[in-house]
Design a protein around this ligand. Structure first.
Ligand code: B1H
Length: 778
């Protein structure tokens, strides 16, 4: 595998090198995509596919006595991210390369990726993912590309050319070393760069301790420097105010900006041209300290006037917000920021002072409004609102689906929207069909190309709608069903190897794979399964013959500190134990938890699914991108009208999916009703089964049951239960009619074109970044 990877890498490097030479020669405006997380998964199959060398490689390997697919399976995942936000970044990189945009990705080279999930007795345990153990053939270490990144210290005033200026005297310096990861486009020579920074001790580090003879401490401190890029934070959306997290953010931002400015200065004299050559995209607010950093460099180091510098900053930055709730927005305590980055704190105060003066012109003395819009949050812990900093500066603020943008406009950033409506834009997420069809479902890929008579859809996905014409064609149906069956077989084998559960290929494979979160409502899924089990138990043999057999597949990680999510995982196992071993049930119902869900598991599971579930309480999933991957693979969707599912329904027709549950605008009123809102009798019954210890672990599950009963039920499981069961019943009825099901499946794939990240990237390029393709000649 290593040898194979190195041979592919050689080809990658050639293209990557040529692309950069070409970019350098043409000097187009570049887009720099800053993200604290990239979830790249495996690289071999993706690179081989995009380079168009798969057949030659497979043949050559056969001659050497190896199997390409077997080798490809050996590769571990690069899991430098948590979930949707990070995979979004990875899909964007694939589209940027394929569409020939002059783009760079910048992030952190964590030594430990997202934890590995181990299940012991049905409980989740976390193990470190030391993914670099055997080296990483896909990266190129650039020992000569390194920059010092400073922290702590003090700010002093000095007089330069008769003008007072501030200078930052840092207390610590850490070296950022570049690791380059070539990202090949498909059907083009272009290969762009994902540059990830690793922290190394700096020679200038803690000079004072050396000179004062404190040798041991000096060494210990040097080693501490390396911890900055050690480990990815597992997202629980609540670790606000951690020093290491702030240092990670500033570390990669500072190194990236030094790199970007050096590249700019190689060819340009004046920063006046900066906005014509540089667009900076920040992936959520995590890199938003870059706004203060750009101001610091331009004002303190390049000696530009404040207003000139601010004008430049406002023209280069745009942001994508992924959060839905105001509580999900990042805040950094003033004390913390002031200690780690004292000069940046001053700069943020200055930005805020000018912002508030500006706001007063529009809103006069409306102090409530002014304090809501301020970058500084007063209160028990005085904090910096990173989202407000981004809103104040960025020329574009992007939501990730239409429903999400609406929430941003009307709730989360209402005041800002009223002031600057033109900044707010919708850029519905997308995923790359290269990885999610071509690589992970080769049989589907061949079917599509055969029926469309071209492979052009791989670069121009709009063509995929051409399949609609054949949605009723019996020959296509036969091929489609065979494809699905082969993929299900592969998945069934995987399930059996992992869990020893044998599943029937005639059953409907019903899947929910994503991070475990209360709002995503895996608990609703479990309660639905319990209801189904309860019904089967109470049936006579003739009723049982009418049951559609189901394999319920669940997978996902819970943040290590998220107790409720961990209990949901245990419940999946407890229910599986009972159901899978009940002779009354047999093949009618199987429950499987797939451990350690990650990108490569998704590549296997998605093509083998019949039905996928997206159950978030309406208004809570900003977009959701898993659903797009299922859609492309012709899996039917059972979903709430939330995030991108609303737009999917528009594209394929609501009649081609199973929608259920409260709508976004009904949710607040339903919550108001609170305690008076009683779920159905059926709901009460299944919760009672868990409460009474029907699945064991009575005491352990008590608090889980409390979250959906006794007036709790913030996520409205009780309210949505009846409608959920109805949608599941509709899915059963349809599944019996295989012709109808297959037709809906074909129409799903045919309607998935909009959800390609190629479309998303074109929108960003045109509406936010103002960049043009720059295609390296072959
Ligand atoms: C999304 C996050 C996120 N939204 C903080 N917010 C994180 C926030 O480690 N952290 O600090 C990590 C992740 N991730 C997801 O983004 C949304 O929930 C999905 O609905 C959306 O599809 C995805 C991509 O836009």
């Amino acid at each position: 595998m290593q040898a194979l990877a190195h041979s592919v890498r050689d080809r990658l490097i050639e293209r990557w090198h040529d692309t950069h030479q070409y970019f350098k020669k043409k000097d187009p405006k570049r887009i720099y995509f800053l993200s604290l997380e990239f979830l790249m998964g495996r690289s071999l199959t993706n690179s081989v596919t995009n380079l168009g060398i798969q057949d030659q490689y497979a043949d050559a390997l056969t001659q050497l006595g190896f199997d390409y697919e077997v080798l490809a399976e050996q590769e571990g995942d690069a899991a430098l991210g948590n979930g949707g936000l990070a995979r979004f970044a990875a899909c964007q990189m694939d589209s940027l390369a394929t569409l020939d945009y002059p783009a760079w990705g910048y992030g952190l080279r964590y030594q430990y990726g997202l934890f590995r999930q181990i299940i012991v007795d049905g409980f989740q345990h976390e193990q470190p993912d030391f993914w670099l153990n055997f080296g990483n053939p896909w990266e190129i270490e650039r020992v000569h590309v390194s920059y010092p990144v400073k922290f702590y210290g003090t700010v002093e005033e000095e007089v330069l050319n008769g003008k007072k200026c501030k200078i930052w005297i840092p207390g610590e310096s850490v070296e950022a070393v570049a690791y380059d990861n070539p990202i090949p486009g498909y059907g083009t020579r272009n290969a762009i760069n994902l540059r990830l920074w690793a922290a190394k001790p700096s020679d200038q580090y803690d000079m004072e301790s050396y000179t004062t003879g404190d040798y041991i401490n000096a060494i210990v401190n040097r080693q501490k420097a390396e911890t900055i890029s050690n480990v990815l934070y597992p997202d629980d959306r609540s670790y606000q105010g951690k020093e290491l997290r702030l240092k990670q953010q500033y570390f990669f931002v500072s190194a990236s900006l030094q790199d970007i400015m050096r590249r700019f200065k190689d060819l340009h004299r004046s920063f006046d041209e900066f906005p014509e050559k540089v667009a900076l995209q920040i992936n959520d607010t995590h890199p938003s300290i870059s706004i203060a950093e750009v101001m610091r460099v331009l004002v303190d180091e390049e000696h530009l006037d404040w207003s000139k510098a601010w004008d430049i900053a406002c023209r280069i930055f745009s942001v994508t917000i992924h959060a839905v709730q105001p509580e999900g927005l990042e805040k950094i305590p003033v004390d913390l920021l002031g200690s780690v980055l004292p000069r940046h704190l001053e700069i943020i105060y200055e930005i805020n002072y000018r912002l508030v003066e500006e706001l007063k012109k529009s809103f006069g003395q409306d102090y409530d409004k002014l304090s809501r819009m301020s970058i500084i949050e007063e209160g028990a812990v005085k904090s910096i609102r990173m989202a407000n900093l981004s809103l104040a500066c960025c020329h574009t603020v992007n939501g990730v689906s239409r429903v999400h943008l609406e929430t941003l406009k009307t709730r989360v950033f209402k005041d800002y929207y009223e002031l600057w409506p033109q900044k707010f834009q919708c850029k519905t997420n997308g995923v790359t069909q290269r990885r999610w069809i071509v690589v992970s479902n080769p049989s589907l890929c061949s079917i599509i190309s055969k029926w469309l008579g071209t492979e052009a859809w791989i670069r121009n996905v709009d063509l995929i709608s051409g399949l609609r014409e054949y949605a009723k064609d019996p020959d296509l149906h036969t091929e489609w069903k065979n494809m699905k069956r082969v993929n299900k077989m592969r998945l069934a084998e995987y399930i059996e190897t992992l869990t020893s559960v044998k599943v029937s290929l005639d059953a409907m494979f019903n899947v929910q794979i994503k991070r475990i979160h209360e709002y995503k409502r895996q608990l609703l899924n479990m309660l639905g399964i319990i209801h189904r089990y309860d019904c089967i138990k109470n049936m006579d043999e003739s009723d049982k013959r009418r049951v559609v057999p189901r394999v319920c597949i669940i997978g996902g990680k819970a943040a290590p500190g998220y107790e409720v999510a961990k209990k949901i995982i245990k419940l999946c196992h407890a229910v599986a134990d009972k159901v899978n071993n009940d002779p009354d049930v047999g093949d009618l119902l199987k429950v499987v938890f797939i451990p350690d869900y990650n990108v490569s598991v998704a590549e296997l599971v998605i093509p083998g699914s019949d039905l996928s579930q997206h159950l978030s309480t309406a208004g809570h999933e900003a977009s959701g991108t898993g659903c797009m991957k299922f859609l492309m693979n012709g899996c039917l969707l059972l979903a709430t009208a939330d995030g991108s599912a609303v737009e999917i329904a528009e594209e394929i027709g609501a009649e081609n999916m199973f929608l259920f549950g409260a709508k976004v605008d009904e949710v607040p009123a339903l919550r108001e009703k609170g305690t008076t809102l009683k779920g159905s009798l059926q709901f009460a019954r299944v919760v009672r089964m868990v409460r009474d210890g029907y699945f064991g672990f009575k005491d352990y599950f008590k608090s889980l049951c409390d979250t959906v009963e006794d007036g709790g039920d913030f996520y409205l499981l009780g309210y949505d239960f009846a409608s959920y069961l109805e949608a599941q019943a509709a899915a059963d009825r349809t599944f019996v009619d295989q012709e109808k099901w297959t037709q809906m499946s074909i129409l799903s794939t045919a309607g998935s074109g909009k959800f390609s990240s190629d479309r998303t990237i074109e929108e960003y390029a045109q509406q936010s970044w103002g960049i043009e393709p720059c295609k390296c000649p072959f």
